[in-house]
Write a protein that binds this ligand. Sequence first.
Ligand code: SF4
Length: 351
Amino acid sequence: MNDSAKPVFAKAFSHIYVERGVRNHPRTCRLLAKFPDAVVIECEDYKEIFSRSRQRPDRQKNAQALLLAASKQPALYPGARVCQSFGNEHFYYASNVMNCVFDCEYCYLQGMYPSAHLVVFVNLEDTFAEIDRILKEHPMYISISYDTDLLALESLTGYLAEWCAFAASRPSLLLEVRTKAAASGPLTALPVLPNFIWAFTLSPEIVIKRYEHKTPSLFARLSTASAALSQGRNVRLCFDPLLRIPDFQIHYRELFQKTFAALTPERITDVSLGVFRIGKDYLKNMRKNRPCAVTCYPYQLCDGVYSYEKKHSAQLLAFAKNELLAYLPESKLFLWQAEENKEGDTDAYEL
Ligand code: SF4
């Protein structure tokens, strides 16, 4: 295993908080057994730790605690407006794990949660029961790895194996796992299913180095995607978020060239493209907690969502789309675009 493929939680989680109500849950026992030297602290509700005031998520990223809890609701939500449905009418996302072992400077989780500690909801069965209830009414498309990176955590949680087992007998359920992980081993051990999409987020090397801390290199991500393709899996490529970095044309052109030198375009299921965008309140929190080049860019606010000025978004998106059309037909490209005919206010934020 090369360095970039090592589980980044290998040295983390010296402290594990466990809700008393799930202390004897089989998944809790399985997870605790992986950390025999950890200090285990029982609590009534994980929010006692997770929602404390005046936390420093940026510092917690270097010493994440693990919180094992029960989600009070089934952890299943309607797809957010800033996310793509890929033409699926009934779009949801599941959030059985909150927070991520990677550390991207632009990650919305920093604006959404008061803490960077990793929460694993062990009552996956409640999410599955809710899905079965909804499936009786209509098919479902569920993204199961938005608020975390489940593939990076697979050797810890085994949740993808459980999702695969669940999806295998439910053809009207379509799942998407979004990942930046380089984890060919855990991935190739999972069954190959027609209703399971592996969505690899790819970025230029310069973006990975500057903004996507602790994530695997582009080469390592492409190796994992290649392993998935060679097993006949559905592979989606996500060039999202596109960042308006200096010389973006050079860096994204190089990214696309490297990508399709490693992966056969005809075997790619589809491609997602979208410029950086984020909800107003999340960006406000991120600027307070982690002012940096990405968070403090003078974005334009449009209908509660910050993104680049409209002409800059259009330029970035058009460039990426035109480059990709050299490799793929337009029918395979899914673009996230802000609603048309809405002008935004230029953001007046100053450091
Ligand atoms: S990999 Fe995704 S979820 Fe994890 S920190 Fe980066 S943007 Fe956030």
